[in-house]
Design a protein around this ligand. Structure first.
Ligand code: SAH
Length: 292
């Protein structure tokens, strides 16, 4: 049955506020599933299962899926659509993914989770932040984002989309573009195209910052005025650090102070954060991430 017919039969309309754009194109659905390279031992958490466009076809490829969906009316429809033989393979959770505890699933199944989702666009940033914070419990995520947001996530230095979001995300995960998806693949049709990305949290950037809080602070300060030179933008963005100290750190890292935030590599941000970490003893206490 088509998405439209399913909704009409239940007297429902897509809810804009919840970003309800349902995938309809079977070719695209297959492509996403193939690219996600599921394994029959995988435990998957799906974000926004909707009417099951992805949930139902992944069932033969995985061990278990936890379908988290904010709209209880859609859960009721999906429950009826799951083939009887697969009932054991799926857990339904009616709730907000931003309040969901993935560690609980990790503990229950004693293995790292794979995340899948055609994410509502308005929660892209906060959800990404939660992925990173919970990275110890997650293998990887295959997620659909608004095309422009995906461009920012994957951009490298010297590109106009390269920003704090790119540097910090690519520090924690290897991010690969999988499939571009035209808006026509959805009902109702959104105003923008999408992109599916793989976020591999088991392959972070090969070098670690000595102090991740300091790394975040510096990256954000650098990009807070991207038109200015790196020296000026760090001076403006890090009010508590004197200009001479920033200049000295840049020199130590062999970074020309006239360059701009968008020209610096992740590696350079990592080195700069070490050179600018004022109190290395804070290393022992830090564990807080405020990513995006
Ligand atoms: N996966 C389905 C539906 C995608 S639309 C498909 O591809 O067809 C996005 C879905 O996310 C909707 O069903 C919407 O109700 C749900 N959703 C929106 N915000 C959510 C949140 N905070 N937590 C969980 N689900 C959410």
């Amino acid at each position: 049955m088509s998405t439209r017919a399913l909704l009409t039969k239940s007297g429902l309309r897509p809810r804009k506020r919840l970003g309800q754009h349902f995938l309809e194109d079977p070719g695209i659905i297959n492509k996403i599933i193939t690219h996600a390279r599921f394994d029959n031992k995988d435990v998957v958490v799906e974000i926004g299962s909707g009417l099951g466009a992805l949930t139902i076809p992944i069932l033969p490829h995985i061990s278990h899926v936890v379908a988290v969906e904010k709209d209880p009316l859609l859960i009721a429809i999906l429950k009826e659509r799951v083939p009887l033989k697969d009932n054991e393979k799926i857990t339904f959770i009616s709730g907000d993914i931003l309040k969901f505890d993935v560690k609980e699933i990790y503990d229950r199944y004693q293995q790292k989770i794979k995340v899948l989702g055609n994410l509502p666009y308005n929660i892209s940033s906060p959800f990404l932040e939660r992925l990173i914070v919970n990275r110890d419990y997650i293998k990887s995520a295959v997620l659909m984002f608004q095309y422009e947001f995906a461009q920012r996530l994957t951009a490298g230095p010297n590109r106009k989309d390269y920003g704090a979001l790119s540097v910090i995300s690519q520090y924690y995960a290897r991010i690969s573009p999988l499939i571009k998806i035209k808006r026509q693949a959805f009902y109702p049709k959104p105003k923008v195209d999408s992109m599916v990305l793989e976020i591999d949290l088991e392959r972070p950037y090969p070098f670690q910052a000595e102090n991740e809080e300091s790394f975040h602070r510096i990256v954000k300060a650098a990009f807070s005025c991207r038109r200015k030179t790196i020296l000026n933008s760090l001076e403006r963005g890090m009010v508590s650090v004197p200009r001479e100290m920033i200049a000295k750190a840049l020199e130590e890292c062999l970074i020309n102070p006239k360059r701009r935030a968008e020209n610096l590599t992740i590696d350079e941000y990592i080195r700069l954060s070490s050179a600018l970490t004022p109190d290395k003893t804070s290393l022992l206490t830090h564990n807080k991430v405020n990513v995006i």
